[in-house]
Design a protein around this ligand. Structure first.
Ligand SMILES: [Zn+2]
Ligand SMILES: [Zn+2]
Length: 278
């Protein structure tokens, strides 16, 4: 009897469209990155490149509480991805376990107190956090051991690939069959060339271990985006060398050219994205 009741409740919840997997980009760009992947049981923060106070505010803005986060997974040690991490690791109201590759962890300046709840993993490893399956994969970027991630729960797959100089076949492989993709669209090549950065920095950004240009993003959408990807979020957009509207127009034209029905969103630096729900 109780099984029947449970089954009916599940069907009603499903028919009512109740969301079970959520995703939100809390911040995206060179001044700070963070995103939330959540089920009803598990909350994972991907990167913590904002102060604890600001992260708390943005979580509140989407109806979540930073203290409820179960895990923080870090992509790499650049400050725009981990600047809030040492404070979060020390805070006694936080219970989140911090996951990062075993080479990345020593590259973080933790201050005087090393983190108590640290789990290191090998780049390329997969592991479970609560009811979410996490898969890491190496990305080409000028950090010690940078990774992207896919997250899978209840048949929904989410992929995150930002901070990479190009998209190798191995990354394309991991991004297949994702329902939602957060992809980098860092710079417009012409704007970067005439922009304010010193030449050495321009070379770094354009290099195979730098950041993705609009052109590379567009090529990916045209040739490699999986037909099942319903949501494409473009992020880590440079404030000096790109513009959200340029990114939007290029991506929209590309998706239209390949007759893709994927919905396009531009992730912002200053405000959280909508909460995507599956
Ligand atoms: Zn980086
Ligand atoms: Zn970055």
């Amino acid at each position: 009897m109780s099984f029947c009741f449970q089954a009916i409740r599940c069907i009603l919840e499903f028919q009512g469209g109740r969301a079970t997997v959520k995703f939100c980009v809390l911040a995206s760009g060179s001044s700070g990155n963070a995103a939330l992947v959540a089920t009803e049981k598990t909350r994972i923060l991907v990167d913590a490149g904002l102060s604890m106070k600001e992260l708390g505010k943005r979580m509140e803005a989407i109806g979540e509480n930073l203290h409820d986060v179960d895990a923080i997974v870090a992509t790499h040690e650049h400050s725009d991805h981990v600047s809030g991490l040492p404070v979060l690791a020390r805070n006694r109201h936080m219970r989140a376990v911090i996951y990062m590759t075993r080479l990345t962890a020593p590259a973080i300046d933790w201050g005087e107190i090393p983190p108590q709840r640290l789990e290191s993993f090998q780049a390329g490893a997969g592991f479970a956090i609560g009811d979410i399956e996490v898969q890491s994969f190496s990305i080409p970027h000028d950090a010690i051991d940078p990774v992207g991630f896919t997250f899978a729960a209840q048949g929904v797959r989410i992929g995150i690939a930002t901070d990479l100089g190009y998209i190798p076949e191995s990354v394309k492989y991991h991004l297949r069959r994702v329902d939602l993709l957060l992809l980098e669209a860092n710079h417009d090549l012409d704007m970067l060339k005439v922009g304010p950065y010193p030449w050495s920095v321009k070379q770094r950004v354009m290099s195979r271990v730098g950041h993705l240009s609009n052109m590379v993003m567009s090529d990916y959408l045209m040739q490699d985006l999986d037909g099942c990807t319903a949501n494409v979020i473009l992020g880590h957009i440079s404030e000096q060398n790109n513009h959200p509207e340029i990114v939007r127009v290029i991506a929209a034209q590309t998706l239209e050219a390949r007759c893709s029905a994927a919905r396009l969103t531009i992730a912002e630096q200053r405000t959280p994205s909508e909460v995507f729900q599956y």
